[in-house]
Design a binder for this molecule. Structure first.
Ligand SMILES: CC(=O)N[C@H]1[C@@H](O[C@@H]2[C@H](O)[C@H](O)[C@@H](O)[C@H](O)[C@H]2O)O[C@H](CO)[C@@H](O)[C@@H]1O
Ligand SMILES: [Zn+2]
Length: 292
């Protein structure tokens, strides 16, 4: 018998998105005793692969990248202290669709092709089981237009609707980045140089950049939470290289490894203006017997 409403549910498209977008938030909440549940919608089977030694895993070769990234995800979750992480519909139910417009979008198992209500129904059952007060996912553009990110947004929002008669989520938060902070960090990155990486990202390469006024919440990590995020990112060996307070994807473009993670309000209870650190700010107390 689950107790009252508790915790936070995060909905992400591929293994690595959870650590990139919410590593600090997940580590801080797990350490505080909040129930943290991660649902990852695909295994990232179509991903590029950084280490040459692992290139054989690629979709056009052995096509075994998915199980490998599942192991990377488990290692990242251990680093963040998150024990409840699930694959939507079970391992392999929905396949990584690849970047928008590629033939992999048409794979019969591609998440981009998934029936929305079927996928949202699977997620709604997790919402009813775990009873989160807050759900975190992407904005309607998926942050940067990747089909799996867009679909994860749509599935998450529909699941909250489908679950509402059995469990009402207090608020849905969308990951974002405030323009002024992006400009400040990229200016410094360009001045310091990309270090071990060939170049630095541009604003257009970063997901969910919005005017500062649209940011409803900023969650800044402790040294411990930030170190956990660095370790979690580093666990995604096929996708990410970490260099101190920067990292790069397979595109080799240095980008900030954010210590502060930012959110817009997607649905539900507004946060008090200028809220910091508390996903549950302004909500009536924790659920019965639940830590926040
Ligand atoms: C962070 C993220 O969502 N990564 C996705 C993305 O991978 C990017 C993609 O391969 C792009 O072409 C590269 O330039 C970039 O460096 C990659 O991060 O798309 C992949 C395929 O759908 C997905 O597996 C990966 O997780
Ligand atoms: Zn992704």
């Amino acid at each position: 018998m689950s107790s009252g409403p508790s915790g936070v549910l995060l909905v992400h498209a591929h293994p690595d998105d959870e650590s990139i977008n919410n590593g600090v938030t997940m580590a801080a909440r797990a350490a505080a005793g909040t129930r943290v549940t991660l649902v990852t919608c695909t295994l990232g089977e179509e991903g590029e692969i950084i280490p040459d030694s692992l290139g054989h895993l690629a979709a056009h070769r052995d096509d075994t990248l998915g199980p490998y990234r599942a192991e990377e995800l488990a290692t990242a979750m251990a680093a963040l202290g998150v024990t409840d992480h699930r694959l939507l519909g079970g391992p392999g139910r929905y396949r990584d669709s690849g970047m928008m417009g590629l033939p992999s979008n048409d794979h019969p198992d591609a998440f981009w092709r998934a029936d929305l209500d079927e996928a949202a129904g699977l997620l709604a059952e997790i919402v009813v089981e775990t009873r989160p007060r807050v759900v975190i996912t992407y904005d309607p553009d998926g942050g940067y237009g990747h089909p799996d990110h867009i679909k994860a947004h749509r599935v998450a929002m529909r699941a909250v609707e489908l679950a509402a008669e059995r469990h009402r989520v207090d608020r849905v938060l969308w990951n974002c980045l405030p323009l002024s902070e992006v400009e400040r960090h990229l200016t410094r990155l360009r001045q310091d140089g990309p270090g071990r990486f060939p170049d630095v990202v541009t604003i257009g390469d970063l997901p969910g950049v919005v005017p500062d006024a649209e940011v409803a919440l900023a969650v800044t990590g402790s040294d411990e939470a930030y170190a956990a995020k660095q370790a979690a990112l580093a666990a995604h060996v096929t996708q990410i290289e970490v260099a101190g307070e920067t990292f790069a994807l397979s595109n080799g473009l240095a980008q900030p490894l954010w210590r502060t993670e930012y959110f817009r309000l997607g649905l539900g209870e507004p946060l008090p203006p200028g809220s910091t650190d508390d996903l549950f700010a302004g909500l009536e107390g924790p659920g019965p017997g639940e830590a926040r």
